[in-house]
Design a protein around this ligand. Structure first.
Ligand SMILES: CC(C)(COP(=O)(O)OP(=O)(O)OC[C@H]1O[C@@H](n2cnc3c(N)ncnc32)[C@H](O)[C@@H]1OP(=O)(O)O)[C@@H](O)C(=O)NCCC(=O)NCCS
Length: 336
């Protein structure tokens, strides 16, 4: 068995800043409501004509990650692409990255685990590197939420929360030192699949049926979220899976140098912080400026924290996510 580590990180967000006041021009909402419930002040949205898409943002983040890892696109052995908002129904974003980055005919795998997508994708990469099958795996989380949200008052409970962006990590074989990705821990509970979901278009509910029914209220092609139910489950599962990861490595909460929770809602991160009695310096949040970017949120936050010098060699970094499915997971990393 080999060990693995993150050899490079990168992130990209569109230039177009959308404030809470901007959203209040489109729907019945206001800055105070959004900030009080979610902590979000602004988010980024792709602007028509700015050349971005889910896969293109992924490529921009990946290009930075590869540069920082000091490796060329042709050295990547596998792409794992996490998104809930692909450019196309099929094929997935991974193959587009393979093409756009001029990579060899390497495998490209898409992961559909929504807000847990990056932790799931990282876990897949970690297994392939640890078994020795691959040396460098490119992991991308990217989302174009603004392309598919309801920006009328009807959709305000969901659409104020989500933003666009991408983050990427190169997972490499570790022959340098001890440490790296120590373990990953994944879970699902499909009985709650409808509580945070997008029903169609899908094979259960295809486009002609949607057009024929002409739904006015319960629109199936916009996401549905049972916000309070999601909140209650998230705080429990975040805490559980962080503890599970620490215990698997004989570590405790006091060993954490930086917790990077999926940026679901600032109130959820604060709840977890209080539960574990962590200081502000031990928890990284950037939801205030980017909103919830689903599969992209952890790699954007990790890349940004690294740029700010908050992720240093020897640090214990804990990643944790929860989201639609429900799915949740954690990764315990001794940074190299
Ligand atoms: C979505 C969330 C912010 C809503 O907050 P809440 O306190 O649960 O609010 P509710 O849904 O009960 O709605 C309260 C009122 O605000 C209204 N409201 C909803 N969205 C609004 C908005 N953007 N602006 C203003 N009012 C809004 C509702 O219509 C409701 O009005 P009513 O009382 O007249 O019916 C909160 O439930 C949450 O953050 N949940 C977790 C979501 C999450 O993390 N999702 C990502 C998971 S990965």
């Amino acid at each position: 068995m080999y060990t693995s580590y993150i050899s490079g990180l990168g992130h990209y967000v569109p230039e177009n800043v959308v404030t809470n006041d901007d959203l209040a021009q489109l729907m019945d909402t206001n800055d105070a409501w959004i900030q009080e419930r979610t902590g979000i002040k602004e988010r980024r949205h792709i602007k028509k004509g700015d050349g971005n898409s889910t896969s293109i943002m992924g490529v921009k983040a990946a290009t930075i990650a590869l540069e920082r890892a000091g490796i060329q696109p042709e050295e990547i052995d596998l792409i794992v692409f996490a998104t809930l908002s692909p450019d196309m129904y099929f094929p997935g974003g991974g193959v587009q990255v393979q093409d756009l980055m001029g990579m060899r005919t390497i495998p490209a795998l898409d992961v559909r685990n929504q807000c847990s997508g990056f932790v799931y994708a990282l876990s897949v990469a970690d297994q392939f590197v640890k078994t020795g099958m691959y040396k460098h795996v490119l992991v991308i989380g990217s989302e174009n939420h603004s392309g598919g949200l309801d920006f009328t008052t009807r959709g305000r409970g969901v659409s104020v929360i989500f933003g666009d962006g991408a983050g990427a990590a190169v997972v490499s074989r570790n022959d340098k030192d001890k440490g790296g990705i120590l373990s990953t821990h994944l879970h699902s509970e499909g009985k709650h699949k409808d509580e945070l979901s997008l029903q169609g278009p899908s094979t259960n509910y295809w486009v002609p049926q949607i057009i024929a029914e002409d739904p006015q209220d319960d629109i199936p092609y916009y996401p549905y979220m049972n916000g309070q139910f999601v909140f209650k489950n998230a705080v429990v599962r975040f805490a559980e899976v962080i503890k599970e990861g620490l215990e698997a490595n004989q570590l405790s909460v006091s060993d954490i140098d930086l917790l990077i929770p999926h940026q679901a809602n600032l109130r959820i991160s604060q709840f977890v912080q209080r539960k574990f009695k962590l200081s502000d310096d031990q928890v990284y949040n950037n939801i205030q400026k980017f909103g919830n970017t689903t599969a992209a949120s952890i790699p954007i936050a990790l890349s940004e924290a690294w740029e700010e010098g908050k992720v240093k060699s020897g640090d214990l970094i804990v990643l944790a996510a929860f989201g639609s499915g429900f799915t949740w997971g954690s990764a315990i990393i001794r940074w190299i």
